[in-house]
Design a protein around this ligand. Structure first.
Ligand SMILES: Nc1nc2c(ncn2[C@@H]2O[C@H](COP(=O)(O)OP(=O)(O)OP(=O)(O)O)[C@@H](O)[C@H]2O)c(=O)[nH]1
Ligand SMILES: [Mg+2]
Length: 272
């Protein structure tokens, strides 16, 4: 198999530092963009994924989930500069957190390895970020988005959970459990991720709102997984997402109570 794409411009080249890179006919940017790809047994899908990645990205970080196929070899063949990291624990959340730590770019884009995400959309995410958003959140249900990969039961679950997040956290999301998102690296300090599984996107979506970050939804189309089978189990993972929503909600209540508690500690407040 031959390389489908080589990065045209390397962000590691000191001569290129702070230089504008054209990313579309109307936009040039200076911040280096890292793409993080969590992958567990996705060797057959990687050629489709890498084929759509734009040449101007700074680096690709592939987080291997102890694949038993040749995911890592295929990635190295397709993108010789790929940074491969092995995750320490288990699950997509754990993989993404590991991958984010390994990124050196100012902007981080999350892309699934199953062929469901089109790398040509990265430019829309990056455009939103350089235009002022902190977090560019992909949405299959915003105008112009879509999905070829969701069963009716998953759509219903996602819709109900998304409505719960909107009601409980004052968000106005049209999608919740979607893996295609991008953000400025500084967001990581404010959302302090601590989860392991498929609830990771929900946790990010909730914490960016709680942190008061500026979120912009990006219409995105999710294509069918090309080869292999899904790692997601709708009921099990739906409950994990629900648990995160409830936990984040009770943390929020506890935080609201804390100033009052501090007042009491210092003798300034009193309860009858
Ligand atoms: N490194 C790593 N990657 C994972 C793990 N679990 C899932 N992934 C990757 O995360 C991405 C999303 O997982 P999928 O199994 O496609 O889940 P999904 O997109 O919700 O399900 P489908 O819609 O059926 O594709 C894929 O690139 C997987 O290879 C894991 O434990 N470790
Ligand atoms: Mg998928």
């Amino acid at each position: 198999m031959s390389s489908v794409l080589r990065p045209a411009i390397s962000g590691q080249d000191p001569l290129m530092a702070n230089k504008y890179r054209p990313i579309s006919s109307h936009l040039a940017i200076t911040p280096p963009v890292s793409v993080v790809i969590p992958a567990m047994n996705e060797a057959e899908n990687l050629p489709y994924v890498f084929k759509t990645l734009p040449g101007w990205i700074h680096e690709v970080v592939l987080v291997d989930g102890n694949s038993t196929d040749n995911t890592v070899e295929v990635a190295r063949e397709l993108w010789p500069d790929v940074k491969v990291v092995e995750q320490r624990g288990k699950g997509k959340g754990d993989a993404l957190i590991t991958g984010f730590e390994a990124c050196t770019g100012d902007i981080i884009v999350m892309v699934d390895a199953d062929g469901s995400a089109d790398g040509n959309e990265i430019v829309s995410y990056v455009s939103a970020l350089v235009s002022g958003a902190d977090f560019a959140k992909g949405s299959r249900f915003a105008n112009g988005g879509g999905t070829s990969d969701m069963t009716p039961i998953r759509k219903l679950g996602n819709h109900v959970l998304c409505a719960a997040v909107n009601a409980k956290f004052g968000a106005r999301y049209t999608d919740l459990c979607y893996g295609y998102n991008a953000f400025w690296r500084h967001c990581l300090d404010k959302i302090d991720l601590d989860c392991t599984g498929f609830e990771v996107e929900t946790l990010m979506n909730i914490r960016v709102v709680k942190a008061g970050l500026k979120v912009q939804e990006i219409p995105s189309h999710e294509y069918l997984r090309i080869h292999g089978t899904s790692n997601l189990r709708a009921v099990r993972d739906g409950f994990r997402v629900l648990k995160v929503i409830l936990k984040e909600r009770s943390n929020r209540r506890a935080l609201r109570r804390r100033p009052h508690a501090a007042q009491l500690d210092s003798g300034q407040g009193e309860v009858s």
